[in-house]
Design a protein around this ligand. Structure first.
Ligand SMILES: NC(=O)c1ccc[n+]([C@@H]2O[C@H](COP(=O)([O-])OP(=O)(O)OC[C@H]3O[C@@H](n4cnc5c(N)ncnc54)[C@H](O)[C@@H]3O)[C@@H](O)[C@H]2O)c1
Length: 271
């Protein structure tokens, strides 16, 4: 029986991209209630309608960059007696361009949505999971948390913080013997539109959203600690540890074209 069977799942940014697909898969695997948080009300309405035949879908319009909105939405869940068993911290944004081209507003927004929101929401949901001695926190970070990359400095910083926090949280829970699991996900580029325009070497193929979502859900079912996609992302920490930084710049940055991948980035309009 799947880990998702009869569970209540909360997915932030669940109205599009891999968040939406993971929600669908969770329902197909027997989830009792899929709770979607997003800022895009229309996309949430469409998703709820599309998934209605699969099971119970609850939508809440929440801007995860706002702590008060997170707290209010959690209180609403409590009032509905909806205890979250699996939390997928997925909402994220990217602002590209060289660092000095980013406004203060974009820097603050990126750090609030991509980093702080995961901690605030987990801070709300985790105590209940610990009391019930059951639960799973899934943090969608990025391969950008493993390698520096020009034209995404703020995004990379926000994701490095997620990976560091998520792994630390796992260790803390293990240290106190809590059965609550933490999975950290670090995929490379996925063709959801978020990174529209990026170019990659064949060694770092752009991931398909459906396959990526399926792999994440399977990793949760297997209580995996960390998941990196595609396979070449597993080499990154190894090469970083092994090569002097100028050699790493040459091999990964220049030969494997990682440092040029954002040159034609267009992305999505977000602010
Ligand atoms: N697409 C990629 O190449 C890629 C690669 C690695 C990691 N990721 C990560 O995967 C996650 C999902 O990305 P995706 O590609 O599916 O993107 P997406 O843009 O398709 O989905 C992101 C969702 O988050 C929602 N969102 C944005 N700001 C929000 C806010 N303030 N409050 C609530 N919801 C908000 C959006 O409305 C959208 O529905 C992100 O965390 C992203 O950083 C994506």
């Amino acid at each position: 029986m799947s880990t998702f069977n009869q569970q209540n799942i909360l997915i932030t940014g669940g109205a599009s991209g891999i968040g939406k697909i993971m929600g669908r898969i969770a329902l197909e695997k027997g989830a009792r209630n899929l709770v979607i948080w997003d800022i895009d009300q229309e996309a949430m309405n469409r998703t709820a309608k599309e998934f209605a035949h699969l099971g119970q879908v609850t939508t809440q319009k929440v801007d995860v960059s706002q702590l008060d909105e997170i707290k209010i939405a959690c209180l609403e869940l409590e009032k509905e007696n909806l205890q979250i068993n699996i939390l997928i911290n997925n909402a994220g944004i990217i602002v590209g361009g060289n660092f000095w081209q980013n406004s203060h507003e974009k820097i603050q927004k990126t750090m609030a949505i991509n980093t702080a929101a995961l901690m605030h929401l987990t801070r709300e949901i985790l105590p209940g999971m610990m009391d019930r001695k059951q639960g799973h926190i899934v943090n969608i970070s990025s391969a950008a948390s493993l390698v520096a990359n020009p034209k995404m400095s703020v995004y990379a910083a926000s994701k490095w913080a997620v990976t560091a926090w998520s792994e630390s949280l796992r260790l803390e829970l293990e240290a106190v013997g809590s059965p609550v699991n933490v999975t950290t996900v670090t995929p490379s580029y996925i063709s959801t539109g978020m990174f529209e325009g990026v170019k990659t070497h064949w060694i770092q193929p752009i991931l398909e959203p459906e396959k990526t979502a399926q792999r994440i859900i399977r990793a949760v079912e297997k209580d995996k600690i960390i998941i990196r996609m595609p396979w070449s992302v597993y080499m990154t920490p190894f090469l970083k540890g092994l090569l002097p930084i100028r050699w790493f710049d040459l091999v990964v940055g220049k030969w494997l074209k990682v440092y040029k991948s954002m040159d034609e980035f267009r992305g999505k309009k977000i602010l």
